[in-house]
Design a protein around this ligand. Structure first.
Ligand SMILES: Nc1nc2c(ncn2[C@@H]2O[C@H](COP(=O)(O)OP(=O)(O)OP(=O)(O)O)[C@@H](O)[C@H]2O)c(=O)[nH]1
Length: 309
């Protein structure tokens, strides 16, 4: 069976250095002979020099919209196509500067593609100078920059050449207050070896019907559950309605005993939505949240299957 494709999400505010980082990573991947694909949410940002990055990089661009909102479905299609047609070892996703990390992860973890990918980390690139001056931005953008930091697994404090040593210490202190767990690196022109960005994965169990794709270090986590049996609709709805607020998203396909149709499950920040449809999809569920108690959730879902027998 084909191994799960690694995914790295490159997030960070406008002009922070995402494309610079991507170029560095592609050069290094080329030296390592790994097969790489790139999903970009921007036009013409990457000047593709195949002499440097190699010719074996599949680049897909998602234009005219944002991958974390209007182009979410497009992300799913592109990832699936890359997985099926190119079979890369790794996919780098460069989001726009205004994309929110949770929404990007949501877009990558569609129930169809989730079983085949492994989101290794969200790398948030911060423009150090911009960080210091962020109060010049409107409240919404300030919040976004802080959320990009809050949900990053690895934070590159880039453009460190533009700030003093004292400022660097101050930035580090501020960033640590917002995100205590992320690894931080000061960089100039996003120069950081790939090995520092690869955090090892810790799987949570290995049973047949569960796969965990995101490392426990990740602040926003995702998990996939594969159903093998039909459920009681009532029990499932009760479970869905009892989820804690730390679970932001649940989505997937479920089959109920009471109804022959596969049901699409959509749950976003507390609001559940179920509807039957005639197309068949693999019956699995993706959950996204922070501090997911994966073992507990696995148990609850498994119980829903057995109790519905
Ligand atoms: N001085 C300095 N400039 C940098 C550094 N890193 C990147 N730049 C420059 O900053 C500009 C923006 O860098 P990009 O890599 O395009 O940033 P981006 O995050 O992809 O930008 P958007 O796609 O617009 O969001 C470019 O002109 C880079 O050459 C750095 O560490 N120091």
């Amino acid at each position: 069976m084909q191994a799960n494709v690694e995914i790295y999400i490159l997030a960070g505010f406008l002009g922070s250095g995402k494309s610079t980082l991507l170029k560095n990573l592609l050069i290094e991947e080329n030296e390592k002979n790994r097969k790489v694909a790139v999903l970009m949410n921007e036009l013409g940002e990457l000047s593709v020099d195949s002499g440097i990055i190699g010719t074996d990089v599949s680049i897909r661009e998602l234009l005219n919209g944002c991958i974390c909102c209007t182009l979410k479905d497009e992300v799913e299609i592109q990832l699936l196509m890359l997985y099926q047609q190119e079979q890369p070892d790794v996919i780098y996703i460069e989001a726009t500067g205004v994309a929110h990390p949770i929404e990007i992860l949501d877009a990558c973890m569609s129930p169809v593609i989730a079983p085949h990918v492994h989101v290794k980390s969200i790398i948030s690139v911060v423009d150090s100078k911009r960080w210091l001056n962020r109060n010049q931005l409107n409240n919404q953008l300030q919040k976004l920059i802080e959320e990009q930091v809050k949900y990053g697994d690895i934070i590159l404090l880039n453009k460190s050449d533009c700030v003093s040593a004292v400022e660097r210490a101050y930035i580090q202190e501020e960033i640590t207050k917002i995100n205590t767990r992320a690894q931080q690196f000061f960089t100039t022109f996003a120069d950081v070896p790939l090995t520092k960005l690869r955090i090892s994965r810790e799987d949570m169990g290995n049973s047949d019907n569960e796969t965990v794709h995101v490392h426990h270090h990740l602040h926003i986590q995702a998990m996939t559950y594969q159903f093998h049996k039909m459920l009681s609709k009532e029990r499932f709805e009760t479970w869905l309605n009892s989820l804690p607020s730390t679970i932001y998203r649940v989505k997937g396909f479920v089959r109920f005993k009471e109804n022959p149709l596969v049901h699409v499950v959509q749950y976003s920040y507390g609001a559940p939505y179920l509807f039957g449809q005639k197309i068949n999809f693999p019956e699995n569920l993706v959950l996204i949240g922070s501090g997911l108690d994966k073992k507990q959730l696995m148990m609850e879902l498994s119980e829903l299957e057995t109790l519905s027998e």
